[in-house]
Design a protein around this ligand. Structure first.
Ligand code: AMP
Ligand code: ZN
Length: 113
């Protein structure tokens, strides 16, 4: 998708602070961190949101959840972490390219909404 911010970040058209990359996944630091560590993990393929995960494209989601522990370890999140994805207006999704927020590095609220 040509007009997608995260597609532009993945292609290098827009700069980012890269944390991890492989053939399927790109991870970078959130520009407006909401925890001491705040990394965004995105599939390189454009998927709009969690509402658009299907049997045909879900393998990349499984792969993301294999990558998350590696990033958590390299970020030193020994005491735990939180993974969030916002889907649609009720969840305030602002970038319409599926992404998982990896948050940690400090004690977080026990409230999630
Ligand atoms: P969401 O609100 O769940 O769609 O999350 C979008 C996230 O993208 C927010 O946490 C923003 O701070 C982050 N964001 C927006 N633009 C950039 C950017 N250029 N580089 C890194 N993170 C960004
Ligand atoms: Zn995209």
């Amino acid at each position: 998708m040509t007009d997608c911010l995260f597609c532009k970040i993945i292609s290098g058209q827009i700069p980012s602070n890269k944390v991890f990359e492989d053939e399927l996944v790109y991870a970078f630091r959130d520009i407006n961190p909401q925890a001491k560590t705040h990394v965004l993990i995105v599939p390189k393929a454009h998927i709009e949101s969690a509402a658009d995960i299907t049997a045909e494209n879900s393998a990349v989601v499984a792969h993301i959840f294999e990558v998350i522990p590696k990033i958590a370890e390299s970020e030193g999140l020994k005491n735990g972490f939180r993974v969030i994805t916002n889907s649609g207006p009720d969840a305030c999704q602002s970038v319409h390219h599926l992404h998982f927020h990896l948050l940690g590095g400090e004690q977080m609220s026990d409230k999630m909404a």
